[in-house]
Design a protein around this ligand. Sequence first.
Ligand SMILES: *[C@@H]1O[C@H](CO)[C@@H](O)[C@H](O)[C@H]1NC(C)=O
Ligand SMILES: *[C@@H]1O[C@H](CO)[C@@H](O)[C@H](O)[C@H]1NC(C)=O
Ligand SMILES: *[C@@H]1O[C@H](CO)[C@@H](O)[C@H](O)[C@H]1NC(C)=O
Ligand SMILES: *[C@@H]1O[C@H](CO)[C@@H](O)[C@H](O)[C@H]1NC(C)=O
Ligand SMILES: *[C@@H]1O[C@H](CO)[C@@H](O)[C@H](O)[C@H]1NC(C)=O
Ligand SMILES: *[C@@H]1O[C@H](CO)[C@@H](O)[C@H](O)[C@H]1NC(C)=O
Ligand SMILES: *[C@@H]1O[C@H](CO)[C@@H](O)[C@H](O)[C@H]1NC(C)=O
Ligand SMILES: *[C@@H]1O[C@H](CO)[C@@H](O)[C@H](O)[C@H]1NC(C)=O
Ligand SMILES: *[C@@H]1O[C@H](CO)[C@@H](O)[C@H](O)[C@H]1NC(C)=O
Ligand SMILES: *[C@@H]1O[C@H](CO)[C@@H](O)[C@H](O)[C@H]1NC(C)=O
Ligand SMILES: *[C@@H]1O[C@H](CO)[C@@H](O)[C@H](O)[C@H]1NC(C)=O
Length: 582
Amino acid sequence: MRQYSRAAVAALAATTAHAASLSDVCTVSNVQSALPSNGTLLGIDLIPSAVTANTVTDASAGMGSSATYDYCNVTIAYTHTGKGDKVVVKYAFPAPSDFENRFYVAGGGGFSLSSDATGGLEYGAASGATDAGYDAFSYSYDEVVLYGNGSINWDATYMFGYQALGEMTKIGKPLTQGFYGLSSDQKIYTYYEGCSDGGREGMSQVQRWGDEYDGVIAGAPAFRFAQQQVNHVFPATIEHTMDYYPPPCELDKIVTETISACDPLDGRTDGVVSRTDLCMLNFNLTSLIGTSYYCAAQNYTSLGFGFSKRQAEGSTTSYQPAQNGTITAEGVALAQAVYDGLHDSNGKRAYLSWQIAAELSDADTTYDSTTDSWTLDIPSTGGEYVTKFVQLLNIDNLSNLDNVTYDTLVDWMNTGMIRYIDSLQTTVVDLTEFQQSGGKMIHYHGESDPSIPTASSVHYWQGVRQAMYPDVSYNESLSQMSDWYQLYLVPGAAHCGTNSLQPGPYPEDNMEIMINWVENGVKPSRLNATVSSGTYEGETQMLCQWPSRPLWSSNTTFSCVYDQQSLNTWDYTFDAFKMPVF
Ligand SMILES: *[C@@H]1O[C@H](CO)[C@@H](O)[C@H](O)[C@H]1NC(C)=O
Ligand SMILES: *[C@@H]1O[C@H](CO)[C@@H](O)[C@H](O)[C@H]1NC(C)=O
Ligand SMILES: *[C@@H]1O[C@H](CO)[C@@H](O)[C@H](O)[C@H]1NC(C)=O
Ligand SMILES: *[C@@H]1O[C@H](CO)[C@@H](O)[C@H](O)[C@H]1NC(C)=O
Ligand SMILES: *[C@@H]1O[C@H](CO)[C@@H](O)[C@H](O)[C@H]1NC(C)=O
Ligand SMILES: *[C@@H]1O[C@H](CO)[C@@H](O)[C@H](O)[C@H]1NC(C)=O
Ligand SMILES: *[C@@H]1O[C@H](CO)[C@@H](O)[C@H](O)[C@H]1NC(C)=O
Ligand SMILES: *[C@@H]1O[C@H](CO)[C@@H](O)[C@H](O)[C@H]1NC(C)=O
Ligand SMILES: *[C@@H]1O[C@H](CO)[C@@H](O)[C@H](O)[C@H]1NC(C)=O
Ligand SMILES: *[C@@H]1O[C@H](CO)[C@@H](O)[C@H](O)[C@H]1NC(C)=O
Ligand SMILES: *[C@@H]1O[C@H](CO)[C@@H](O)[C@H](O)[C@H]1NC(C)=O
């Protein structure tokens, strides 16, 4: 029997547990008495003396929302049994009258876990954020991955990989029950939501802590980590190999002309390539050779982490002169090679790529005013991964691509995959524990994501389907899988957001849909998304669940059709590696 604090007992004694006020329960002693005792959670020893608690009133929470919340700001600390380390976790508990028996975990992005514990407040959920034992509130993981050259911080690697979030949830649920004076068999609905590395973190929880979560929303996951990170260097390697460094305006023109040409293929000319597969099958980039382009001089902001036109950390501003010319055969060959994806020198496929019509951001060059020419720019996303995670050198970026061939990229991917296969790679395809404990997952990905290839999500979905339904027909596996795991591609969308080049729909109420699925059994069949700009601003489009594909056939709405020839374009085998790649 759990021991409750005076405040919690008082709350229980009242007619409802929700009668207690926030200040009644937001005390150090209530939190201390709600901590799982040592020995309850295997390998985790909580440190009661480290607890802090204070009420916060009228705090704004949730990006873009003007609503304010009162909550209890709690910090706790724990150590791994016998290890002598210390992990600090902060939790935000809504006022008892606002609490709806929910726990919420938000994902981070890039090399950072989320450091904000207040994301659950708008859902009446307690939530948390962890310092992961490496002071993740102050440092990102890539800053601590090496103790020094050649020396990997494996503790930080596993904590970032999946362990820290899993432990935060494992502790957070009984802590939440105790905090509100609930019994330990009272259901706490547990949700996860994140995109990019936050999507990968969500997948890490589904793969490793499947029975802890009821509903997981994972966007554009940065999983298959080694291939994903090295792939950022692929376009620069093509340029270096071809010795062709295009003015960015030329590539931009290739992309916008491709969008114009492929937009109608889905049946509707709305500025959005809803069917990149039909674009791949029907459009030939060589038709663009000779098209003229022009871009005025500008002070250009290059964006960190491939967030397309959205601002991100690590962005820099540089001058670009006016660019006036025509699309060249080299420019088209480069774009085609990028979209074809990495192959080794024997022609064996190593990785998939961004969908045709996605921006070619990783191919961006830098203007050198001293030589008045466009030069190699190695994206730091990929460059840093290679130096720190593959070469194990404590430097931030590759300085050049001398002697780097396609085979070198394959070697880097292979080294990274094997070295971090059980920490960062995040491609376990057996999700039985999650599925059998009743978990539900919505997985989504922008179809024109220029940072994490859309096909990466399709490849994982396909891996799960094959691993979990080996004995039923294809169509039967689709039906069974959609009872708990649904994949949606978002037409035209970029990386974890809308795309200024394609004014398409974007899903905005995923949590409401997920809560309704988990708590009320309302299973979605299509995903609600809203167009936020352009001619069709405000239009609701119900997105098609993979593998069905959108087609504007009725002239009033997109239908979802089954198109085998299109689906075949999303199927990949990575035979450049000797191990299977999920
Ligand atoms: C649990 O173990 C930790 C670490 O050894 C210790 O600091 C803490 O006091 C223990 N908790 C209790 C309630 O004894
Ligand atoms: C939450 O508690 C921590 C630890 O006491 C403190 O550093 C932080 O400022 C508090 N946050 C708010 C919003 O009160
Ligand atoms: C595109 O057209 C060129 C030139 O006609 C041709 O060589 C190439 O094979 C075509 N590519 C595809 C994918 O059809
Ligand atoms: C770029 O910035 C510089 C310095 O602020 C300014 O002098 C110049 O006019 C700007 N150029 C353009 C094209 O905006
Ligand atoms: C671009 O170059 C062409 C050919 O030199 C010229 O006719 C045209 O006016 C230029 N466009 C602009 C906007 O400078
Ligand atoms: C990485 O290094 C390359 C080559 O020196 C350089 O072009 C690029 O700007 C660097 N990127 C960052 C983000 O520092
Ligand atoms: C780590 O290796 C890099 C690259 O060889 C070198 O520049 C740097 O000085 C080394 N750092 C230390 C602390 O030895
Ligand atoms: C590249 O290869 C050449 C020839 O094998 C060698 O001389 C050179 O040192 C290499 N450069 C680098 C940076 O490894
Ligand atoms: C699966 O169902 C689709 C229609 O929903 C049908 O077109 C397709 O032929 C079926 N596939 C198999 C292998 O039965
Ligand atoms: C779709 O989402 C929008 C924006 O969140 C919401 O206003 C609308 O009610 C939703 N529609 C459906 C059918 O769920
Ligand atoms: C499709 O709908 C539009 C707008 O309502 C209408 O103008 C057009 O004639 C319709 N086309 C067909 C083929 O029905």
